[in-house]
Design a protein around this ligand. Structure first.
Ligand code: ZN
Length: 300
């Protein structure tokens, strides 16, 4: 990095997280487009931002986070209501990007931001449609592998020998893909044998593979079990909320794909839970989880 630039970042330690937050808000606005258009098979590039009535949205009505509040959630052209979810996704992306740069070294922060962008899309597409597109899962795994070679320090390899580091990081990334996917696949096979019905979709298998490409096998395994814990709490809270007369907050489907109420044996999206597990791992739990797995490995 240029000397004056690194001196500036050293003088103002909040500058990099703040810049990452602003970039996250802008990217979050694009993620909203991906979440809306990709499942419908539409281009994410053209046309530019459009209102539901077909009118183009001017740049000054399309400022991430702020425009929703300035317009109070209503379109300027036709007055239709816009969900606060758009502003929420932009805010969450901004907050997570800033957190990456606050708590992680640069290579892990870059990898974390790329992974989080993909996971936010996977989460909301899964909530809306109970599917996760291959572009995000298989595409994410390939991107994670490529990034591992380019930035081996994201897996903790930072010696003087870039080629050796790149090879080690590629191996760590591939182990993450295959151990992570295999673990979900075996859990699905066992659950199917016990419950006599499909417990998990193939999209979840591929999503854990993508998480493993970024976080290694430890991160992939943590996402499955951490995600199951977070998910159980989420589903239990949603069930109580609904029983108390609240709105449905966890979508549920029967095996035939019909919308239904939460109950034992119905399909709920597992992608958001895996994504939550992966974010907790990348931002918080990584040092403890890797130490824990090292401790187990030393027993053998
Ligand atoms: Zn309109």
């Amino acid at each position: 990095m240029d000397d004056s630039l690194s001196a500036m970042f050293a003088t103002y330690p909040w500058l990099a997280p703040a810049a990452a937050g602003v970039f996250g808000a802008i990217l979050g606005s694009f993620l909203n487009v991906v979440i809306l258009r990709v499942p419908a098979g539409r281009s994410i590039v053209t046309p530019g931002s459009q209102c539901g009535c077909g009118a183009p949205i001017a740049w000054y009505d399309n400022i991430p986070i702020l425009s929703w509040f300035i317009l109070r959630g209503k379109a300027r052209c036709c007055g239709r209501a816009y969900s606060i979810r758009y502003a929420a996704i932009e805010t969450v992306t901004a907050a997570l990007f800033a957190t990456c740069w606050l708590v992680l070294p640069p290579a892990q922060a870059i990898a974390g931001c790329v992974m989080i962008g993909g996971l936010i899309c996977a989460t909301f597409i899964d909530l809306d449609h109970l599917i996760i597109p291959d572009g995000l899962t298989i595409g994410g795994a390939l991107l994670g592998l490529a990034l591992s070679v380019a930035l081996p320090a994201m897996h903790g390899f930072s010696s003087e020998f870039w080629i050796a580091d790149a090879l080690r990081a590629a191996v760590a990334s591939l182990k993450g893909v295959f151990i992570g996917s295999a673990a979900v696949l075996w859990i699905a096979i066992l659950a199917e044998a016990v419950l006599k019905k499909d417990a998990m979709g193939f999209g979840d298998v591929k999503l854990v593979g993508a998480i493993g490409a970024f976080c290694g096998w430890q991160g992939a395994l943590f996402s499955i079990f951490g995600g199951a814990v977070v998910g159980s709490l989420w589903v239990a809270a949603a069930w109580l909320w609904r029983r108390g007369g609240g709105r449905r907050i966890v979508p549920a489907q029967t095996a035939e794909g019909e919308e239904t109420e939460l109950a034992l044996g119905v399909h709920v999206p597992f992608g958001p839970m895996l994504a939550a597990g992966a974010v907790i791992y990348a931002l918080l739990a990584r040092p403890w989880v890797t130490a824990y797995f090292d401790g187990i490995a030393s027993l053998f």
